[in-house]
Design a protein around this ligand. Structure first.
Ligand code: SF4
Length: 261
């Protein structure tokens, strides 16, 4: 490898550093934070698309069943002309602009500018489709639709409950942090509807019937309340609706959960 350049992997929010040889485009992991010499397959193969035979390098226009290369000037003129024609005939709201989380914030910003200049608020991003549910739930539960702790915190935990998530296969760099915690004595509890590879590292594994997660969650709350395992001061000063929760989980005994899940 020649002189390596350090860049951030574009594929997920973990933000691993990749060391790339600009001549060969070969990738090596960076040994500092946050990935500590590890990369998942997505990062390791992050540059393959650059040399891929399928890479789109110029605009193509469908003519009949063929995709015919055209120049950028012709493509931009044709698309702009067609958009103006649609706006003239049907109004600006007949058009929607869809942005991508695989381009930069600045490019997304520019696309929403184009949409508004065109005259519509129909602008969306695939990140909303993927993350709307989790962002909403996190905002309700903890006040912000984002991760609450840095990944480094995982190493200091004494127990890690992994629920409906399979980092051993989907996020091996995070799994490395979890395994460091395990080596320091943390108990790993994995809940999922199928036997995942992450379960191979679990101290406790719970394989549920699909659709019964909420029963298990309510049962855990039931036991925490019944055995007074909660922090009273925290409940008093930082939460509301506790008596309603108590009522709601009354029937969720472990015996009930065992039958359902
Ligand atoms: S975990 Fe994988 S996809 Fe995510 S940043 Fe690291 S190498 Fe990239």
């Amino acid at each position: 490898m020649g002189e390596l350049r350090k860049v951030v992997c574009p594929y997920c929010g973990f933000g691993c550093n990749l060391l790339i040889d600009p001549k060969t485009l070969k990738v090596k992991p960076h040994h500092g934070e946050p990935n500590r010499g590890k990369l998942c397959p997505k990062g390791l193969h992050a540059t393959e698309f650059v040399t891929s035979r399928d890479r789109l390098k110029r605009p193509l226009k469908r003519i009949g069943s063929a995709m015919v290369p055209i120049s950028w000037g012709v493509a931009i003129d044709e698309i702009a002309g067609k958009l103006l024609e649609i706006r003239e005939l049907y109004g600006a709201d007949a058009v929607a602009f869809l942005a991508s989380s695989k381009v930069s914030n600045e490019e997304n910003y520019l696309l929403q500018k184009i949409a508004r200049l065109f005259g519509t608020n129909n602008i969306d991003n695939c990140a909303r489709l993927c993350h709307e549910a989790s962002v909403h739930a996190l905002k309700l539960a903890v006040g912000t639709g984002a991760q609450t702790n840095p990944y480094e915190d995982l190493e200091g935990f004494k127990a890690i409950l992994i629920w409906g998530y399979n980092p051993a296969e989907t996020h091996p760099v995070v799994m490395d942090y979890i395994l460091r915690a395990k080596r320091k004595g943390a108990k790993i509890i994995v809940v999922d509807v199928r036997e995942t590879r992450t379960m191979a590292f679990a101290d406790y594994k719970l394989v549920l019937r699909p659709g019964t997660d909420i029963t298990l969650a309510n049962t855990m709350i039931h036991v925490i309340i019944r055995e007074e395992l909660y922090d009273e001061e925290f409940i008093r000063s930082r939460t509301n609706g506790f008596s309603e929760v108590k009522m709601a989980v009354r029937k969720y005994t472990p015996e009930y959960a065992e039958r359902v899940t």
